[in-house]
Ligand binder design. Structure first.
Ligand code: SF4
Length: 397
């Protein structure tokens, strides 16, 4: 109950609003040192992905990225490590993280089995249980990609761009069997229930380019995710739905509304969406444009995208840019959604700006570091004595 009160206080809503949302599946609670609620009527949350690659394995670097993500204002962290000792890296990151912590267990299972097609159901379930025992709060589970969708997705420009999804795809093709996570979803639910774990139902067939957006494969998987969400709710396990990906601007609203309808208003967690494919180096911007519109349309949770998306593993500075861009998108969406507490920040900023109150502007700003190092002097060098707020000062309230 204290956790619900903490979340309600942070959101500026009544605790009963959270309790009812959790009961009907429109809100999930992500546990952790600083728990947060994700879902209908709440502020849009931002996740930051960190983690090693096989080419870059530095726990020191990942700890720096973690600390930067927390400092920059991420609401949650996901460890997507695929290089080095994944268990050791996860535990070290969790020791330093006070935010809800998520993982993608299929990565560790694939690594422990050697090759994707050699994964066994028991390796997957053991990995999920090991990570849950460690205190992981939410996990991406690629249960929605089924064998009937592979032939459809094969016709795409990019058949599959989800790393976890490609592992399950390879396993199904090689073993000529159905997705083990789909067929044994009840076993996953049993572990989730035992550890009060939130499942994030992964969209293995999210579009990886505009040409594949809103296609049959994507929608086919979404329908599966809707069914799985209903099964999870009946079992008393909280679920979020993951969504695209790459979508042109004019597809975003329809995609969010369709996902909400098909999943009976389950919290929607989007990666991006990136609204164009041609801006590598700037995909924190392409995704922030999509994220703002998605949040406005009803998305509840945005996974950041860094400037190095499609180019390489992000560094600490990229993590900062990714979190700040996603926070701007989430905030812009929240204003349009009518989240009052968020909107008030803009009014406070307008007053502080008109009063040339630099300290307060820094306190309100999404990135306060832009106001650091001015030693109380006016940091703006744009207009000097022609500053409009000096020429025509605002009336005192
Ligand atoms: S100096 Fe110019 S840009 Fe800077 S705060 Fe004043 S009006 Fe705005």
């Amino acid at each position: 109950m204290r956790q619900i009160e903490f979340i309600a206080e942070n959101e500026g809503v009544d605790p009963d609003f959270i309790i009812n949302g959790v009961k009907n599946g429109t809100i999930v609670i992500l546990n952790g040192g600083r728990p947060c609620g994700v879902g209908k009527g709440l502020r849009t949350k931002v996740n930051a992905n960190i983690g090693t690659s096989p080419q870059r394995i530095s726990i020191k670097e990942e700890l720096k990225k973690l600390s930067q993500a927390i400092f920059s204002g991420a609401d949650t962290i996901m460890d997507l490590s695929v290089g080095g000792n994944i268990t050791k890296i996860r535990r070290m990151l969790m020791d330093d993280c006070n935010l809800p912590f998520g993982t993608v267990p299929i990565y560790q299972a694939a690594k422990s089995c050697g090759r994707p097609e050699k994964i066994t159901l028991s390796a997957i379930l053991e990995t999920i249980e090991e990570q849950a025992e460690d205190g992981v709060n939410f996990m991406t589970i690629h249960a929605g990609i089924t064998s009937n969708l592979l032939d459809i997705a094969e016709k795409r420009k990019m058949p599959v761009v989800s790393r976890g999804g490609s592992i399950i795809w390879a396993w199904m093709r090689k073993n000529k069997k159905e997705n083990p996570l789909y067929e044994n979803f009840d076993k996953v639910l049993k572990i989730a229930k035992k550890y009060d774990l939130c499942l994030s139902l992964g969209d293995s067939l999210r579009p990886g380019c505009l040409a594949d957006a809103t296609d049959e494969a994507q929608i086919g998987e979404l329908i599966n995710l809707g069914d799985l969400a209903s099964i999870a709710r009946e079992a008393g396990v909280s679920v979020m739905i993951e969504g695209p990906g790459h979508l042109p601007l004019h597809h975003i609203e329809a995609n969010v509304k369709m996902a909400k309808k098909i999943t009976h208003d389950a919290p929607l967690y989007l990666l991006g969406p990136l609204v164009t494919d041609i801006a590598p180096g700037y995909d924190h911007i392409t995704s922030a444009i999509g994220g703002a519109l998605a949040s406005w349309a009803g998305a509840d949770f945005i996974c950041y995208v860094t400037p190095t998306e499609h180019l390489g593993l992000p560094k600490e500075d990229d993590v900062k840019l990714g979190v700040i861009a996603a926070k701007i998108a989430a905030h812009a969406g929240d204003i349009a959604k009518g989240i009052q507490r968020e909107r008030q920040q803009d009014d406070k900023m307008a007053e502080a700006r008109a009063n040339l109150n630099w300290k307060e502007q820094g306190d309100i700003a999404i990135d306060p570091t832009k106001f650091w190092g001015t030693d109380g002097k006016e940091p703006c060098s744009m207009c000097g004595n022609y500053c409009v707020f000096k020429t025509v000062p605002p009336k005192k309230a």
